[in-house]
Design a protein around this ligand. Structure first.
Ligand SMILES: NC(=O)c1ccc[n+]([C@@H]2O[C@H](COP(=O)([O-])OP(=O)(O)OC[C@H]3O[C@@H](n4cnc5c(N)ncnc54)[C@H](O)[C@@H]3O)[C@@H](O)[C@H]2O)c1
Ligand SMILES: [Zn+2]
Length: 368
């Protein structure tokens, strides 16, 4: 079974996200129409060697010219240095403007290889082959690429939508369970902000998803991609509506930072969603009972409903530097109910939330 979701790119272009257990074997066929190129640069982190090598073999057996370029795995290497090393390597290997980049790996690979593609010879096509759940349902869709700098994450980059995304759930078999659960947090988010039925399905079928039942994973990736694509379609350059994808991320990022990154992004977002729902309920914006149902979904996914204690001052400091903050005031995406986001009186998709309300939500949850 292979599912295809059509996603809007920019300048009138669209691209397909092909989802299927075993779909990797069909990569050459998909490339033929989506990203024909004289030569392919397969860019991957050094810890997904098995998958990258498999794809290289598939390409070469189909008679495609392809080379494998490695970079050191991990967020610490999502940098301009890695971008420079990869572009220099492509120049050494004499890749021309008629090449295309194939990004294989998690969100880090997609972002850095996507940025290489966005800039190499002023831009060559990129194909995303995500190998983490987070990359399949989030990072590979939407066209954002870039690297981190000392001043912060994702501060240098470009919008460069892929020509094709190929998501093969079989790649997830080598992924640690914790990383699978982290990715699920973003799926819960998609349900929470856009589709109550999807949230219920995740809550009920979390067991099959966590056990990596191929059909459950295909369904999960397809539904999440469909939902994210609908948001991206309305707001390709993140001018307004796309902000809803940040639900749970205001408190989430702050908790992640305060924990010194001992709490993972997915865990932090899981807690952030429940807490932001509580804050929304306290403000009378979010339907009562929403936080409780989100908590049940988060628990079903094996994500934490309790975090290590954090210091209130440190949390406030982290909240004030959030990129959604306006003039130092903290802003959050708030649900009106499960499956729908609320708009403030000015029609914005983020709300000015008093710090005391956020602190109360955290305190009531015994997290401070
Ligand atoms: N562009 C976007 O729209 C967007 C959206 C969300 C997140 N992101 C970015 O994505 C990144 C996080 O992505 P991530 O969570 O995938 O982390 P990641 O890319 O760092 O992957 C985690 C680790 O797992 C390894 N790995 C990947 N696939 C594997 C597999 N199948 N088996 C075993 N190991 C595997 C990776 O090489 C890495 O070491 C962040 O940098 C974030 O900023 C981007
Ligand atoms: Zn996130």
């Amino acid at each position: 079974l292979q599912l295809t979701v059509h996603v809007p790119g920019i300048a009138g272009r669209t691209y397909d996200v092909v989802i299927g257990a075993g779909a990797a074997a069909a990569l050459p066929r998909y490339l033929e129409s989506a990203a024909p190129a004289a030569r392919y640069a397969v860019i991957a982190p050094d810890d997904v060697a098995e998958h990258a090598q498999q794809l290289l073999d598939v390409l070469r057996s189909a008679g495609r010219s392809a080379d494998l370029l490695w970079f050191p795995a991990g967020e610490a290497h999502k940098t301009r240095d890695t971008w420079a090393a990869l572009t220099d390597r492509m120049l050494d290997l004499r890749f021309g403007r008629d090449c295309a980049v194939i990004a294989v790996g998690g969100g880090v690979a997609g972002d850095v290889a996507g940025f290489v593609a966005a800039t190499y010879m002023r831009g060559v096509p990129v194909v995303q082959v995500p190998t983490t759940l987070l990359a399949m349902i989030d990072a590979s869709v939407g066209g954002k690429t870039g690297v981190d700098t000392a001043a912060g994450k994702n501060l240098v980059g470009a919008f460069h939508p892929p020509r094709l995304v190929l998501a093969d759930p079989l790649f997830l078999r080598t992924l640690p369970d914790a990383a699978l659960r982290d990715g699920l947090a973003e799926a819960v988010k998609h349900g929470a902000i856009l589709d109550e039925g999807y949230l219920d399905w995740i809550t009920t079928d979390a067991g099959a998803i966590l056990a990596q039942d191929p059909q459950a994973l295909e369904e999960l990736v397809a539904q999440s991609v469909r939902l994210k694509a609908a948001v991206v379609r309305e707001d390709p350059f993140e001018a307004g509506r796309r902000a809803v994808l940040n639900f749970g991320h205001t408190l989430g990022h702050a908790l992640e930072t305060c924990s010194g990154y001992t709490v993972s992004h997915g865990q932090a977002v899981a807690m952030g969603m429940v807490l932001e729902a509580s804050a929304g309920e306290a403000l009378g914006v979010t339907e009562p009972g929403t936080a409780e149902r989100l908590r049940a979904a988060v628990r079903a996914c094996g994500l934490p409903v309790a975090a290590p204690a954090v210091d209130a001052d440190a949390l406030l400091a982290a909240l004030r530097v959030d990129k959604k903050a306006l003039e130092g005031r903290v802003r959050c995406v708030l649900l009106s109910r499960l499956g729908a986001c609320a708009q403030d009186e000015a029609g914005r998709w983020t709300f000015d939330v008093p710090e005391a309300v956020l602190l109360d939500a955290v305190r009531a949850d015994h997290r401070i």
